[in-house]
Design a protein around this ligand. Structure first.
Ligand code: S3P
Length: 186
């Protein structure tokens, strides 16, 4: 997506639930010596409860409103940080342009089977609490892929990769991109 109005130079990790955004964010933070934040955790701390509880008591719409407000804050902040975004954040069209204005966007792309293996038995993702989570994952990924790809500056197929290699690929991308930015006339 065009980045004509970047106000900030964060690194944003996007991707489906279980794609590794939180753990890769932490490792990347260590490697780049940059602070890392997880938007779900920020929302949980502010609401003083869990994501599951927010979905159950106030509904998904309320949660999506909090996500959008947080995106505006990230865009308007002058700090440079790594952010792991919730898996559904890039889905709303309105969110996509804001995400792109927040900084460089890395999409951790994973196959439905990989996600299913990683999240089997997980009870913290309200959208996957159903009789057939694999079908739900397949359905959501097929509906969301376009949104993730639209926001992404860089895509990594994470299925068979070690976390350390994923981090190295991101660092390489950020470095190359910064050199390109410096050499750009715009
Ligand atoms: C969601 C993903 C979750 C969390 C919420 C909704 C989604 O974040 O924001 O349960 O819509 O995909 P993770 O991707 O960090 O699990």
């Amino acid at each position: 997506m065009a980045k004509d109005k970047i106000k900030n130079d964060n690194i944003l990790l996007i991707g489906f639930m279980g794609s590794g955004k939180t753990s890769i964010g932490l490792k990347l933070s260590y490697k780049l010596q940059m602070a890392v934040e997880d938007t779900d955790k920020i929302i949980e701390a502010r609401e003083n409860t869990t994501i599951s509880d927010i979905f159950a008591t106030k509904g998904e719409g309320y949660f999506r409103k909090l996500e959008l407000e947080l995106l505006y804050e990230i865009r308007n902040s002058t700090n440079r940080k790594i952010y792991s975004l919730g898996g559904g954040t890039p889905v709303q069209l309105q969110n996509q342009s804001i995400i792109c204005q927040c900084g460089k966007v890395v999409y951790l792309r994973a196959k439905p089977e990989t996600i299913y293996d990683r999240l089997k038995g997980d009870t913290t993702r309200p959208l996957l609490q159903c009789d057939d989570p694999l079908s739900r994952i397949k359905d959501l990924i097929s509906k969301r892929s376009f949104a993730y790809e639209r926001c992404a500056d860089f895509i990594i197929d994470v299925d068979d990769m070690e976390q350390s290699d994923i981090v190295d690929r991101i660092v390489e991308f950020i470095n190359v991109d910064e050199v390109n930015d410096e050499n750009s006339c715009n």
